[in-house]
Each structure stands twice: as structure tokens, then as C-alpha cells.
Ligand binder design. Structure first.
Ligand code: COA
Ligand code: AMP
Length: 644
């Protein structure tokens, strides 16, 4: 790995943009996508090497590497063992919540994956079949994901903080043959029993998986019922299987994400484009290669965990840390620095909320000072906007570059970042730096015209999207086109607004729709509204995301009672908070709901959520002239004003 240049050293390379390697590669990716991506594809092992990169024959549905064939688990494991890296650490599991640690070399991980793949095959899972994984942050989660990949089966991981109903929706959409879960997950304040959640979910689904596999954890065993199989028993009689080659365009996984409605979207990840894009990103964005220790402090249930805990670090032969704990409280605010120091982590990727949590408990960095961070080179942040205070605090205390970069479940890897491995660009606090190769980012006004630099608008990406981005939504091309490609013809709508500055740096300011980000977790206010609206005393409701100093945003609900509803406000609040926790999950962190006499609306009946959001965040927002009754908004102002 080359030493990273000082920020000052690179300043002259930027002006209206880099004149170095970044500018050259970016241009080439747009002018000659076939040449660019076929070259990047050489870093991947193919059972049939692609001769073409882009297939635009079904535009606007694009495919990458249409004649390529490969297996992702082979690329993540076997190829490194074959190349002599079998004894190198692949995965380091560190679990302060259970007091456990475990290391897996590439050879050990390959063998575990091959055997669990054999177990799944024994249950009838083959190429194209779906497997839903509802697991905590244990090595078996990584093993199960890679075992699916080995078989050419399609995994769909559901984050453990989601409640039974959310799990049920995903099971019904993905229609898995097998569900894999664990006896429990461990949160700092409680043990979360997963098996009852899975049972409740499956009692609600129309689709029935053939089997449920349960990993028993020492913290708490589950009593298994008929049809529920013990992981260890299953594996004991399983035979290892070889990787099954699949078409580059075959799905590797489905990952559900919140949209603007209550129905989550099944983002599809293809096999070839994903392997190529992630491999490119590790070297060129993150500056990580074989043997480097890399840590993504997220959860395998999110896209950040899929791409950068599991697939990308293993694709490039790095060592990936899997951490089951929190930034604070497990046991203290030094936990992250302990892990960085103990394993010699070269780069850490987490969400700004985690850094804010540490900063709140340890503002002077006393915990940090206890550890040797000399091997630590870069902090990468994503999932929500990095506020300048957090940026400066981290940069000053850690003395390493802090890189804010922007992406989404849909895109699978960064749309915009600072390409630290390719050409480190001078950072600008508040900016996610520049578009990555293949991402032709434009800022558009309502009519689809490009906005001049410095002016905010909808951020869109000219089609085709690069490899690694979603080719479609699971089983629903029409919904994909409708949700993402129909607002501006020829563009993918990101749902974020922002602007490009005169140097070509991108600033992402926030969502333009009803998606909110709570502690880096993406949620739909529409889904929370659906839960509130189902309460018998609620006539109508609105949920908005409001600023929160720790979690970035928190949901706030406003409900109007039905005439004659016989319930106290306090009781109603309690019931609504409990309902959101039970229906969506604790991760929604929904605690704040106010009873109001009416919601502000336009004359056509649309609730003025944007105006409410602005008022709640203490911003001035012009009130639309179409407002039905300005007095309703005036009355709401007292409730909406930011809480100090
Ligand atoms: N399984 C079950 N429950 C879970 C869970 C899981 N995998 N993850 C979170 N929860 C629960 C928590 O126990 C908590 O429940 P509670 O209301 O009973 O306390 C609730 O969901 C909210 O959890 P969380 O979002 O973790 O908030 P927190 O207040 O416990 O901690 C932070 C705040 C900032 C420390 C924490 O959110 C964090 O570490 N964030 C990192 C962000 C991240 O990894 N984002 C992923 C995208 S990069
Ligand atoms: P998710 O799909 O959960 O990764 O969430 C994606 C959304 O998170 C984006 O559409 C943005 O709204 C937000 N987001 C992610 N990273 C950033 C960032 N670096 N800056 C601003 N917003 C971000």
C-alpha cells in the first residue's frame, strides 16, 4: 500500500476538479464504460470471463457483464486459499456483549462455508432459491450469507431490530425455502429471543418456508419445535460443497429497504457487477488490499454490512472485523479504539451517529488516548450526513483523514466519495467529495433542467447506473421503473437533495421524500403512520423526522382523535409507542407523539409534512399558498417548535 499523501500535498490537483488519476478514471468510466469496467473485471476470478460489460438491450433495465459467469464465494474465499493466503485471518469476531472472540483464517472460513452450504443443499436449497437470514452479529451470519452465495442461492438478510411483521412482509415477498435464525441476539439492556419473533412472523405469512434452522447461542438456548433444526446437528452430518458458477446477471441477494410507503422495496444485487464494483472500491476508495485489517462497525442487516463487513473485504483478501457491540456502553466509550488498537485496524467505516455517541460520553478523547492507534489511517463515515462538529472532532482527535461518503441500499457502494486509494482529494467538511466512476451525478430542478453550481435541487444519476447498483426490485420491474426512473426520463432518482459546488464537490442535504434516518437506520415515516392510523381512536395522523443531536433524526408523530374517542391522551400515547415497537421494531425509536386538533393541509387534502418538518427543525419555510386553513398551522407551531 502506498503511503497516503498529506492533504496539503494534493491541493493543487483540484480546481474545477482533479487533474490527476481521479479525473482521468472518472472521465473514462463515462466515455468508455465497456473499456473501464472490463478492465476492472480483471480483478475478479470468472469461470467464464465476460467479453462485454454493458447490456442495454432492455433499457432502461440495464445489465452488466451479460456473458460472464462466476461464483462470489469462490472469489471471497477459495481463490485466496488457492493463492496461498489460507492461513491469513479472514474474519475476526469480537463480541464484548458476550465476552467472546473468535478468529477464522481464510481456510477455516472457506471450510465452514462449504459445509453449511452442504447443509443447506441437504435441505433442498439450490441455485436461485431464496434463504432468509434473521441473525445477530455472529460469524455464522457471514457463513450463512457466503454459503448461499456458494450454492447460487439468494439470501435476504433481515435486520434483528425489526419486529415480526416486518420479517413476515419480507418472507412473503422473497418466498424463501429456508429461514436461518439464532436463539438470541444480545442488546446491552436485554437478551432478544429471535425464535419467538420468527414463529410470530411465520404465523402471519402466506408463504411457508420448508425449514427453520436455529443457531443455539450459549447466552440463551431456544426450545426447538417440529420443523426447527439445530444448526450444529445439521452441520455435523453435512458434506462440503464446491462453488456453483452462476451468470453475472443472476441475483446474489435481496435486501429490503424502506421506501415512502409501508411496503419495503426488495433491492436486487446482481453477482458480477457487485463483485467488480466492490473490488474496485476497496483499492480505489478505501485503499485496502490483501492482508490489511479493515473494520466496518455496522450490522450485517444493512447494506453497509453486506458490502463492507462481508463481501468487499473478503473479495480483496483483507481481514474483516465483525463486532457485536455498541460504540458506548459495551463497556465504555473506548470500545472502538480498543478494537482498532487490538487488531491493528487500518481503516474504520461507521455511521456518524456512532462517533457522536462516543463524543458525547468522551468529549476530550480520554478513552481514545488509552490506546495505540498508530496503525489507524482513515475514518470513513456514511449512512447520514456528517455534521461539521462531528467531522472536526474526529479529525482533530484521531489525527487521520475523515471521509464522508454517500450511498444507498440501492446503489450498493458509494455514489460519491473521496477516492483515497486512487487520488486523495482535499476534503471539504459537509461535502461527500466527488462522484465515483460510473456515477454521472446531476442536480435537477422540478422541470428536469440542471441547476447551476451552488444551487440545491434533486440529485439524480444519468442512466445507466454503474455495476453494483440495483438492476431492479425483486420480481417487480414496474415498481423499480415507477419508483426510481419515472420522475426524470433517463435518470435514476436518488431521493436526496443537494448541490454541486464550483469545484465539482457534492453536498448532500437530505431526503426529498418520507424516508428518515434514525441512528443510521433507514425508516419510512409512511410505515409508522400506517401503524398509528390502525389505532381505533386515531382519525388521521402524520409522522415526520425531526433533528436529533445523537441519532441525526427521530420520528415524531401527530395524531387527530376520532370524534367521541374515549381514551386519555396519555394512554393513547403509550399504546401508540408500544404499537410501533411491536409492529416495526425497537429500532424505530418512536417515543414522541402529540395529540392535535387538526393537521395542516393543502386545499386538495395533502398534509404539509415538509412545512411541519421545517418548523420542527426551527427553519423558516414559506407556507404554501394552497394551505387550507393557516390557523391550523399557527396552532401547531407551539407543539412543533424544536425542544431545547
Ligand atoms: N436486535 C434487536 N434489537 C435491536 C437491534 C438488534 N440487532 N439493534 C438495535 N436494537 C434495539 C436497541 O436495543 C434499542 O432498543 P431499546 O429501545 O429497548 O433501547 C433500539 O433498537 C434502538 O437501538 P439503536 O439504534 O442501536 O439505539 P441506541 O440508543 O441503543 O444506541 C447508538 C445509539 C448511536 C449508540 C447506536 O444507534 C449505534 O451504535 N449506531 C451505529 C449506527 C449503525 O451501525 N448504523 C448502520 C448503518 S451504517
Ligand atoms: P441506506 O439505504 O440505509 O443506506 O440509506 C440511504 C440514505 O441515507 C441516503 O439516501 C441518504 O439520505 C442518507 N445518507 C447516506 N449516506 C449519507 C451521507 N454521507 N450524507 C448524507 N446522507 C447520507
Amino acid at each position: 500500500m502506498p503511503d497516503m499523501p498529506d492533504v496539503a500535498e494534493t491541493t493543487d490537483k483540484v480546481g474545477t476538479g482533479s487533474t490527476g488519476a481521479y479525473a482521468e478514471q472518472y472521465r473514462r468510466s463515462l466515455d468508455d464504460p465497456d473499456g473501464f469496467w472490463l478492465e476492472a473485471a480483471r480483478a475478479v476470478d470468472w469461470t467464464r470471463r465476460p467479453t462485454r460489460a454493458l447490456d442495454d438491450s432492455a433499457a432502461p433495465l440495464y445489465r452488466w457483464f451479460p456473458d460472464g459467469e462466476l461464483n462470489t464465494a469462490h472469489n471471497a474465499l477459495d481463490r485466496h486459499v488457492d493463492a496461498g493466503r489460507g492461513e491469513q485471518d479472514a474474519l475476526l469476531w469480537d463480541s464484548p456483549v458476550t465476552g467472546s472472540k473468535r478468529r477464522y483464517t481464510y481456510r477455516e472460513l472457506r471450510d465452514e462455508v462449504a459445509t453449511f452450504a452442504g447443509a443447506l443443499r441437504g435441505l433442498g436449497v439450490g441455485k436461485g432459491d431464496r434463504v432468509v437470514l434473521y441473525l445477530p452479529m455472529v460469524p455464522e451470519a457471514v457463513i450463512a450469507m457466503l454459503a448461499c452465495a456458494r450454492l447460487g442461492a439468494v439470501h435476504s438478510v433481515v435486520f434483528g431490530g425489526f419486529a415480526p411483521r416486518e420479517l413476515a412482509t419480507r418472507v412473503d415477498d422473497a418466498r424463501p425455502k429456508v429461514v436461518v435464525t439464532a436463539s438470541c441476539g444480545i442488546e446491552p439492556t436485554r437478551v432478544v429471543e429471535y425464535v419467538p419473533i420468527v414463529r410470530r412472523a411465520l404465523a402471519d405469512t402466506t408463504h411457508r418456508p420448508d425449514h427453520v434452522v436455529v443457531l443455539q447461542r450459549d447466552t440463551k438456548h431456544a426450545e426447538l419445535r417440529d420443523g426447527e433444526l439445530d444448526w450444529t446437528t445439521l452441520v455435523a452430518s453435512a458434506r462440503p460443497v464446491d462453488p456453483v458458477p452462476v451468470a453475472a446477471t443472476d441475483p446474489l441477494y435481496i435486501l429490503y429497504t424502506s421506501g415512502t410507503t409501508g411496503r419495503p422495496k426488495g433491492v436486487v444485487r446482481d453477482t458480477g457487477g457487485h463483485a467488480v464494483a466492490l473490488t474496485w472500491s476497496m483499492a480505489n476508495i478505501y485503499d485496502i488490499g490483501p492482508g490489511d485489517v479493515w473494520w466496518t462497525a455496522s450490522d450485517v442487516g444493512w447494506v453497509v454490512g453486506h458490502s463492507y463487513i462481508v463481501y468487499a473485504p473478503l473479495l480483496v483478501g483483507a481481514t474483516s472485523v465483525l463486532y457485536e457491540g455498541k460504540p458506548v456502553g459495551t463497556p465504555d466509550a473506548g470500545a472502538f479504539w480498543r478494537v482498532v488498537s487490538e487488531y491493528g485496524v487500518r481503516a474504520l467505516f461507521t455511521a456518524p451517529t456512532a462517533i457522536r455517541a462516543i463524543k458525547r460520553v468522551d468529549p476530550d478523547g480520554a478513552e481514545m488516548a488509552r490506546y495505540d492507534l498508530s496503525r489507524f489511517r482513515t475514518l470513513f463515515l456514511a449512512g447520514e450526513r456528517t455534521d461539521p462538529q462531528t467531522y472536526h472532532w474526529a479529525a482533530e482527535r484521531l489525527g487521520v483523514p475523515v471521509v464522508d461518503h454517500w450511498w444507498q441500499t440501492e446503489t450498493g457502494w458509494a455514489i460519491a466519495a473521496n477516492p483515497r486509494g486512487l487520488e486523495p482529494l482535499p476534503p471539504k467538511p459537509g461535502s461527500v467529495t466527488v462522484p465515483m466512476p460510473g456515477w454521472d451525478v446531476r442536480v435537477l430542478d422540478q422541470s428536469g433542467k440542471e441547476r447551476p453550481s451552488g444551487q440545491e435541487g434533486a440529485i439524480a444519476v444519468r442512466l445507466p447506473l454503474p455495476p453494483g447498483a440495483l438492476p431492479t426490485l425483486w420480481g417487480d420491474d414496474d415498481r423499480y421503473i415507477e419508483a426510481y426512473l419515472s420522475r426524470y426520463e433517463g435518470y435514476y432518482l436518488t431521493g436526496d437533495s443537494g448541490y454541486l459546488d464550483p469545484d465539482g464537490y457534492l453536498f448532500v442535504m437530505g431526503r426529498t421524500d418520507d424516508v428518515i434516518n434514525v441512528a443510521g437506520h433507514r425508516l419510512s415515516t409512511g410505515a409508522i403512520e400506517a401503524v398509528l392510523a390502525a389505532h381505533p381512536a386515531v382519525a388521521e395522523c402524520a409522522v415526520i423526522g425531526v433533528h436529533d443531536a445523537l441519532k441525526g433524526q427521530l420520528p415524531r408523530g401527530f395524531v387527530v382523535l376520532k370524534a367521541g374517542a374515549d381514551i386519555t391522551e396519555e394512554k393513547l400515547r403509550e399504546e401508540l409507542v408500544a404499537a410501533v415497537r411491536a409492529e416495526i421494531g425497537p429500532v424505530a425509536a418512536f417515543r414522541d407523539v402529540a395529540v392535535v386538533d387538526a393537521l395542516p393541509k393543502t386545499r386538495s387534502g395533502k398534509v404539509l409534512r415538509k412545512t411541519m418538518r421545517a418548523l420542527a427543525d426551527g427553519r423558516d419555510e414559506p407556507v404554501p399558498s394552497t394551505i387550507e386553513d393557516p390557523e391550523v398551522l399557527d396552532r401547531l407551531k407551539a407543539v412543533l417548535r424544536p425542544k431545547r
